[in-house]
Ligand binder design. Structure first.
Ligand code: GAP
Length: 446
């Protein structure tokens, strides 16, 4: 990582500033509704951000669904009735303790105060009200009538979609424990202290697996998923000195969990959670069975055994992980008299895999460059850039993490070969056009 860590007394930009600036400048992430002055802590993913975020989610789906025989997918509704959240415990328990300062009228999360008696806004002590529980769920109304019967909630986690579809899936998918249901999608929380760019926002994307197991296997599957999930971040290029697994203390556990460990990343401000792996026991299926009156259990026709499966849940943030991948990949290095900014992203996560760059804008080169581009597009997400000097265009691709640049020059018209430049080493090789797809495929190793 380049830059300085945190907000030290320095004029040097911090890594945080560098990544946030890059995100805006190169169209990864924009503040939402910016032409209206912005909408606090809400972000839009621009042309490169949408590609990278999709790559993060696809990498998760590939490892959690595609490469396994014991996990199926789901895309459940975002709007849900209060019964779901009553049963899950979110109506009663999903809250933060809030205090108001009677001096300066600001509101704070009690559990995040450095000194529980001193207001961080005005510095006065003894001015706080009693703490009140503030529920983090967004409530809205379904249909034209605004009465209590029309209340619905935007889901604060994707997980409940899996629990309320357990019966449907076990009856239709021929899966039996141990098996899992995976989902990727938006969740919403009325966070009191959103911030640190896309680390904590009110609208974000999650990637969650609910893995249902026989009760006596819960502990070993919990260990299994902790290791799998830690390895996933390593495999996608986060160095192990920026990652750790941390077990929750008893007083940190959520209302449903008998054991949770977080995969944490060393952000510029300190360690922060990327994902929690929780042993939820039979809490959710039992709660939904009681509230819905339906049997949510597994009956083994072979053995005649009947039980409520226990659930191990690896729950990750897609938007938050994307930020961690960007921070870990950001680098600056001296090349001759120049500073080269390079995103050393894993090729699977890079927005573009290949950039096609005709050496000059001359008409003679463009038809060949377009022909090469069209031959690559069915295989890889490609960029095409014909403006500015070639050195500048290489730098522009380095800065957004493109692993390979393919340059079409005047020799190409003679020998039907192109120059392929690798992002990290900047080494160049001449490759025949008819071998280009295979060559890039092998090098990218996707
Ligand atoms: N179903 C369990 C669950 O939702 P969580 O720890 O509250 O657990 C899982 O959320 C992951 O979702 C977190 O590790 C984090 O990556 C992401 N996440 C949670 N709240 C977030 C927020 N306000 N903004 C961005 N990501 C968030």
């Amino acid at each position: 990582m380049a830059g300085t860590l945190g907000a030290m007394a320095s004029t040097e930009p911090t890594l945080f500033d560098q990544v946030v600036n890059l995100c805006k400048r190169r169209s990864f992430v924009f503040p939402s509704a910016e032409i209206y002055g912005g909408f606090r802590s809400t972000y839009d993913y621009g042309p490169l951000g949408v590609l990278m975020l999709r790559n993060v989610k696809d990498a998760w789906w590939r490892s959690m669904v595609q490469l396994r025989h014991d996990v199926v997918g789901l895309d459940a509704a975002i709007l849900s009735p209060p019964q779901v959240w009553e049963a899950s415990g979110h109506l009663d328990n999903f809250s933060d303790p809030l205090v108001d300062c009677t001096g300066c009228k600001t509101r704070h999360r009690q559990d995040q105060l450095n000194d529980p008696d001193v207001c961080p806004s005005c510095g006065e002590s003894g001015t706080f009200t009693e703490a009140r529980a503030f529920n983090l769920m967004f409530k809205t109304q379904a249909g034209p009538v605004e009465d209590a019967g029309a209340d619905v909630y935007l889901r604060p986690e994707t997980a409940q979609g899996m629990f309320i579809n357990f019966k449907n899936i076990i009856e239709t998918s021929r899966k039996k424990p141990p098996f899992g249901i995976a989902q990727v999608g938006k969740s919403f929380r009325n966070e009191i202290t959103p911030g640190n760019f896309v680390f904590r926002t009110r609208e974000f994307e999650q990637m969650e697996l609910e893995f249902f197991v026989p009760p006596n296997e819960a502990e070993s599957w919990y260990e299994y998923w902790m290791n799998e999930r830690y390895q996933w971040y390593l495999d996608l290029g986060i160095p192990d000195d920026l990652l750790r697994l941390r077990a929750h203390e008893a007083d940190e556990l959520s209302h449903y969990s008998s054991g949770t460990s977080d995969v944490e990343f060393l952000f510029p401000w300190g360690w922060g959670e990327l994902e929690g792996i929780a042993n939820r026991g039979d809490f959710d299926l039992t709660q939904h069975a009681q509230h819905s009156g339906q049997k949510l259990e597994y009956f083994d026709q072979g053995t005649g055994e009947r039980y409520v499966p226990h659930c191990i849940e690896p729950a990750a943030g897609a938007t938050r992980s994307m930020m961690a991948f960007l921070m870990a990949a950001y680098d600056e290095e001296q090349v001759n008299d120049d500073t080269r900014t390079v995103l050393r992203l894993h090729p699977r996560l890079a927005p573009y895999k290949v950039a096609v760059l005709p050496l000059s804008k001359k008409d003679t080169l463009l038809p060949k460059a377009e022909e090469v581009l069209h031959s690559l597009q069915p295989h890889f997400m490609c960029d095409y850039d014909i403006t500015q000097a070639i050195g500048k265009r290489y730098r522009r691709q380095d800065e957004i993490g493109t692993p390979y640049c393919v340059t079409i020059d005047f020799d190409t018209l003679e020998d039907n070969a192109v120059t392929v430049r690798e992002r990290d080493s900047m080494e160049q090789q001449r490759i025949p056009v008819d071998q280009l797809v295979n060559y890039l495929d092998e090098q990218l190793g996707l």
